[in-house]
Design a protein. Structure first.
Length: 274
């Protein structure tokens, strides 16, 4: 092979090697989360999202701190606080006054101030226990307050999908305001079963009970649930014995069922339903 032919065969390879070397000299810039929305000096919450859980009937709101670096931003985040709001319509500076605040969250508790910025900071969450009988769409938003020196500041920019939900979250809860965290404990010494629970209307964000609200305590040899609770309440026939033990005020959170002395034989566990 002649010298000219050899040079021509090597030219494409040499060009490729030069290209690869040039690519290797380009600095690798790390990727980051979505860019901050709004004026970073206002410490506006970023990337707000809300999810409703139909099992616990709770809506969880998540968001992150700003990621834009400056000396004042980092320092102010260490003494900033977020306030989370809920409303039946989009939350803007004009509707904020009608929104309901329900949670206050510290922006950053890190000792090193640089750890307050996203994505190093893990982010935040707050939960709202939705009331009974809800079937509607609700919106959530977050404002920020902080102190700089001895001066207090607050920010309610409320830009969509930064600190205010653009699309609301649909929340559907059961209309039955039954007690929760129901527990039962049997005492062999006293021959009695103690039932305890939390009343729905004693929980945060719940409305007062309606007048003359009552709690019915039932005892049965089978499970009483949503599928047959209505039949039990109406006194319709069931596949196992059902007994109404008590009809008490909704202000009570405990009931003691004394087991008759005649119950001297061992029986299978029975179901108590409040």
């Amino acid at each position: 092979m002649g010298a000219n032919a050899l040079n021509r065969s090597l030219q494409p390879k040499a060009g490729l090697m030069v290209l690869l070397m040039l690519l290797m000299t380009v600095p690798l810039i790390p990727t980051s989360a979505a860019a901050d929305i709004g004026d970073a000096s206002k410490l506006q919450a970023q990337d707000i999202a809300a999810t409703f859980d139909p099992v616990s009937e709770t809506t969880t709101i998540t968001w992150r701190n700003i990621e834009t670096f400056s000396g004042s931003n980092v320092a102010n985040l260490q003494n900033a606080e977020y306030t989370v709001y809920r409303h039946s319509e989009p939350i803007t500076p004009g509707t904020l006054g009608a929104a309901i605040p329900f949670a206050n969250v510290t922006a950053c508790v890190a000792i090193q101030s640089v750890e307050c910025l996203a994505p190093t900071h893990p982010g935040h969450s707050a939960s709202f226990l939705v009331g009974a009988g809800v079937n509607d769409t609700y919106f959530y938003a977050i404002t920020t307050s902080w102190t700089e020196g001895e001066q207090a500041y607050s920010s309610s920019e409320l830009e969509s999908n930064a600190s205010s939900l653009y699309e609301g979250v649909h929340e559907v809860t059961s209309p039955v305001e039954t007690p929760i965290f129901f527990q039962a404990e049997y005492s062999l010494t006293d021959s009695e079963t103690t039932l305890s629970w939390y009343n729905y209307h004693d929980l945060p964000n719940s409305d007062p009970a309606m007048p003359d609200t009552r709690i019915l305590v039932w005892r049965s040899d089978g499970e009483i649930g949503r599928d047959n609770g209505g039949a039990v309440y109406e006194g319709l026939p069931t596949n196992y014995p059902v007994e109404l033990l008590a009809n008490i005020s909704s202000e009570n959170s405990e009931y003691v069922n004394v087991i008759p002395v005649s119950y001297t034989h061992l029986t299978l566990p029975t179901s108590d339903l409040v």
